[in-house]
Design a protein around this ligand. Structure first.
Ligand SMILES: Cc1cc2nc3c(=O)[nH]c(=O)nc-3n(C[C@H](O)[C@H](O)[C@H](O)COP(=O)(O)OP(=O)(O)OC[C@H]3O[C@@H](n4cnc5c(N)ncnc54)[C@H](O)[C@@H]3O)c2cc1C
Length: 463
């Protein structure tokens, strides 16, 4: 790894939070020769899930998921991060464990390696303290405090961004790859053909159920295995985002009068047969490659979600970009609030990174920390922060956070939800690539774009 010496008169960048994202951001800034102050509240004050004072502690699984850089989006992200001198990937590779095609790590060795690297980096000044609010004289700040941001700071962020702009629970509906939906069974139509402010009148994909199919579906929901809330997730439900299985428990017809109502829709495949119930899917990204199941937030176990949702007509072969859930989180309505380099539009001295921006997962959080660190360092050095090419995994991920998401067609609840990296976030290939070869082609294209970016556009890339 390279270390570029810079004049020591540079003012430091303040990074708040030494998790996956903040550790990577601090590292990237220091590698560019810019001083950093890293503020981490642990071990003096902890969160409900962290157990140590180590940087980059993994709070749950020890897996970084697939390491296949030729056929999986997360494996591609690993490969890109390695090429961008990522501390998190370096520590993960050093402490990997046998796990088939996945990259699993020895969590203690991993966190200890990150902590040692940060502690021995002369340009990083570590302060073990909770930040309640970033002081006015910090002119460049990265807030990377994660899904369990301390309550005082969360209040300060909410005051800065507006009360509806910081969500405290994910109400996650499953998201399906459009090209896995059967259009011989489903059709595009908005209820009563209403176009709305941004629609065409045919904005939803509709999956029709007969009476018998509906009853079987309700039975399956009631019998399905659910994930229990954790202790710290004490306030489970909000109005308007009840899990579908809870709605089903309240009455067998509740869903048919809620998200599955069949009104205002005509099945062009069977115009004379009125569906008994309809599941609707709404476009989820600008590219039109992903559709979310409207109102289908759920606490069903993932295996049961796949099994039960594939019984819905038209979804028999559905591939899910993400499955549903409802859990404690803290994240910004980033497409509205952040500029393309992750700065708060209303206060550009503040930049956000990690899961609080609306990505999900250890690796994704670290990748966004990597970018935030590079952007902040470039700014401090008087350079123009350079965005990653949109066809790379980094570009696709930041595109989802800062711009790729479409506003909901109806007015009402915000629709931006955190997401793992997946191929639905990448610009499509736009050629006749065979279905089986698409993933490889997307990966190859991304790595070629990244290589060009590193060689031409990133002045201080790793050697
Ligand atoms: C219960 C739970 C289980 C999860 N399981 C998984 C999983 O299995 N796999 C996966 O990929 N992802 C999982 N995640 C998501 C995971 O948290 C993120 O992927 C990742 O850790 C987020 O990285 P981050 O840097 O944004 O936040 P974190 O890694 O949480 O780091 C944030 C840091 O900020 C510190 N902090 C908070 N507030 C302040 C403050 N005011 N001042 C100073 N420091 C502060 C915290 O102590 C923490 O060290 C889970 C999340 C939760 C909540």
């Amino acid at each position: 790894m390279t270390h570029l010496q810079r004049p020591d008169h540079l003012k430091p960048i303040h990074v708040v939070g030494g998790g996956l994202s903040g550790s990577e951001a601090a590292w990237q800034i220091a590698r560019r020769g810019v001083p950093v102050v890293l503020h981490e509240m642990r071990p003096d004050r902890s969160t409900a899930v962290h157990k140590s004072g180590q940087f980059a502690e993994l709070v749950c699984s020890n897996s970084f998921r697939s390491d296949d850089a030729e056929g999986s989006a997360i494996g591609l992200l690993h490969a890109e991060m390695r090429r961008l001198d990522s501390l998190v990937m370096h520590a993960a590779d050093t402490h990997k464990l046998p796990a088939g095609g996945a990259l699993a790590v020895d969590r203690e060795g991993f966190a200890a390696a990150i902590t040692a690297a940060i502690e021995s980096e002369p340009l990083i000044d570590i302060r073990r303290e909770e930040i309640l609010e970033p002081p006015a004289d910090w002119d460049s700040v990265i807030i990377a405090t994660g899904p369990l941001t301390s309550p005082a700071l969360a209040d300060a962020i909410r005051a800065l961004t507006g009360e509806t702009a910081l969500a405290f629970f994910d109400a996650i509906a499953p998201i399906v790859h459009r090209d896995s939906i059967d259009f011989d069974v489903t059709w595009f139509q908005s209820r009563y053909d209403k176009a709305g402010p941004a629609g065409s009148g045919a904005d939803y994909i509709n999956c029709p159920l007969t009476h018998a199919q509906y009853e079987a579906f309700i039975d399956a929901l009631l019998a399905g295995e659910k994930i229990a809330f954790r202790d710290f997730e004490a306030t489970p439900y909000f109005d308007g985002c009840l899990p579908i299985e809870v709605m089903a428990e309240r009455g067998r017809e509740t869903l048919r009068h809620g998200p599955m109502k069949p009104f205002g829709l005509t099945d062009p495949h069977r115009p004379d047969a009125k569906p008994y119930a309809v599941v609707q899917l709404r476009q989820d990204n600008k590219l039109g490659t992903l559709f979310n199941m409207v109102g289908f937030q759920t606490k069903l176990k993932h295996g049961d979600q796949v099994r039960i949702f594939r019984t819905i007509p038209g979804l028999a072969k559905a591939e899910f970009a993400r499955l549903g859930g409802l859990h404690r989180n803290t994240f910004l309505n980033s497409p509205k609030l952040l500029d393309e380099t992750l700065r708060l539009k209303a206060m550009p001295r503040l930049r956000f990174a990690g899961q609080i921006t609306g990505c999900e997962g250890y690796v994704e959080s670290a990748a966004i920390g990597l970018l935030a660190g590079r952007f902040a360092a470039a700014e401090r050095l008087g350079e123009r922060p350079l965005l990653p090419p949109p066809r790379t995994a980094h570009g696709a991920l930041i595109g989802h956070i800062t711009g790729g998401h479409i506003e909901t067609i109806e007015s009402g609840a915000r629709s931006f939800q955190p997401m793992n990296i997946n191929f639905g976030l990448f610009p499509p290939l736009g050629d006749g690539t065979a279905r089986g070869a698409k993933k490889q082609a997307l990966c190859a294209r991304a790595l070629a774009d990244l290589a060009a970016w590193i060689s031409t556009a990133v002045p201080h890339a790793a050697e």
